[in-house]
Design a protein around this ligand. Structure first.
Ligand SMILES: [Zn+2]
Length: 421
């Protein structure tokens, strides 16, 4: 087996206090903070040559780091060896009777697969094995001047959904070439809220999943928020307080989960100065879920907004602010809507879950999450024709790499995206 030292994990009581030594006294460079939801830790990485030091602070009392500090005090917690084939290494160790903490790999930070070897087998050291994943989503903000408006595609981290469900009737050998699946059959997606800025203020379309998801669900959806909306806003020179209007395409958790946040045991609006603009009929559906959509409509994401008196409801297709209007597509949810942004004779369309990624350009490639797939198909068929003919700039909410581009057709009538952002 070939293995490379990846990092050395150090359990600390208080990350800021530890940085006073590692960063301030030793003078080492420290990377941006990362939260690993599934393990309930906050991490700071310090590059030292190739490998890194990893400072780990517990974010909940049931975190392994909290338990470790309670019994042994702070200090060296684990070393991590990077391997190419983690399953082969585990099989090899098992065959030799080595005591393992994890017999199967499990998801770690940065979509890696990890497994721990018991310290008793490694002479008193907890050893983590790590197999880095296929590349995760591209999480960068991208800006574009658009007539009198400024468009910025933000992000709220990545997640994964079942590949079969993402493409429904399309056989796996076809979609797999465009969207490779992991060993749990999931494909990589991103969450990309759109910021529109103009003289009337700042409007945010959707706001990602936020940070309220329980570790079990975060694991099922491979929710990775080492980089999330706060980072994206900060990269744009903004904070949550900068948002004037938060507009929902629909109220599923991966679109509007970030609208509320837990503060001192109370759920409050995430954007303290914003009005939240929601279609009444979507609100009705979201607050009366049935067996098929209950897992997507999480009441904590939106009910507290109404309680706080910050929601502006509207009916039907509407202009929200000058240059920004919504059009109902139905299909994905009964009231799912897309957002047209128009300025200087140009049109950009935020297509949300009607065309979630650039792998969904063909008309029948419709998600099986859609409640009314034939409605999606009908709307999409008309829309894509129009988008090609009129050169709409398409903003993709869930594509892992492409934030925006033009849908084009080659001589054979095959569609592709010319990436712009
Ligand atoms: Zn979605």
């Amino acid at each position: 087996m070939r293995a490379v030292l990846d990092h050395v994990g150090i359990a600390v009581q208080d990350i800021e206090a530890a940085l006073a030594f590692y960063r301030d006294s030793l003078g080492l460079e420290v990377e941006a903070p990362e939260d690993v939801l599934t393990q309930r830790v906050r991490a700071r990485h310090i590059p030292v040559g190739g490998p890194k030091l990893e400072l780990l602070e517990a974010t909940a009392p049931d975190s392994a780091i909290a338990k470790y500090i309670n019994t042994r005090g702070p200090g060296l917690h684990h070393i991590t060896l990077r391997v190419e084939d983690i399953r082969a290494v585990l099989a090899h160790l098992k065959a030799r009777g080595i005591r393992l903490v994890d017999e199967e790999p499990r998801p770690g930070a940065e979509n890696a697969q990890v497994a721990f070897i018991h310290p008793s087998a490694a002479h008193g050291v907890l050893v983590e094995l790590k197999q880095p994943s296929a590349p995760g989503p591209v999480l960068e903000i991208k800006r574009l001047a658009f007539g009198d408006l400024q468009l910025t595609t933000l992000h709220d981290g990545g997640f994964r959904l079942d590949g079969g469900a993402m493409f429904s009737v399309v056989p796996r050998p076809l979609w797999e070439k465009l969207a490779p699946a992991d060993d749990r059959h999931r494909i990589q997606l991103a969450m990309r809220p759109l910021l529109v800025e103009a003289d009337w203020g700042r409007l945010l379309v959707d706001c990602g999943a936020g940070d309220k998801m329980a570790p079990k669900q975060a694991d099922i959806y491979a929710l990775t928020r080492e980089r999330h909306l706060d980072h994206a806003l900060s990269d744009a020179g903004l904070t949550s307080a900068s948002i004037d209007i938060a507009l929902a395409t629909h109220l599923h958790f991966d679109h509007f989960g970030g609208a509320t946040v837990l503060q001192q045991n109370a759920l409050v609006p995430r954007f303290p100065n914003a009005r939240y603009v929601i279609r009444s009929a979507e609100w009705e559906d979201a607050t009366h879920p049935h067996e098929r959509n209950r897992a997507s409509y999480l009441q904590d994401d939106f009910v507290p907004l109404k309680d706080a008196g910050v929601v502006d409801f509207f009916e039907g297709d509407q202009t929200i602010t000058p240059g920004v209007r919504v059009v109902r597509t139905g299909g994905h949810t009964g009231q799912h809507q897309i957002v047209y942004v128009e300025s200087g004779g140009k049109t950009a369309v935020y297509v949300a879950d009607m065309i979630p990624t650039t792998a969904h350009l063909q008309d029948p490639w419709v998600m099986s999450y859609d409640l009314f797939p034939m409605e999606t198909l009908a709307f999409k068929r008309r829309f894509i024709r129009e988008a090609i003919d009129r050169e709409y700039l398409i903003l993709f909410e869930h594509d892992p790499r492409v934030s925006a581009g033009y849908i084009r057709e080659n001589a054979k009538g095959q569609r592709f995206v010319e990436q712009v952002l």
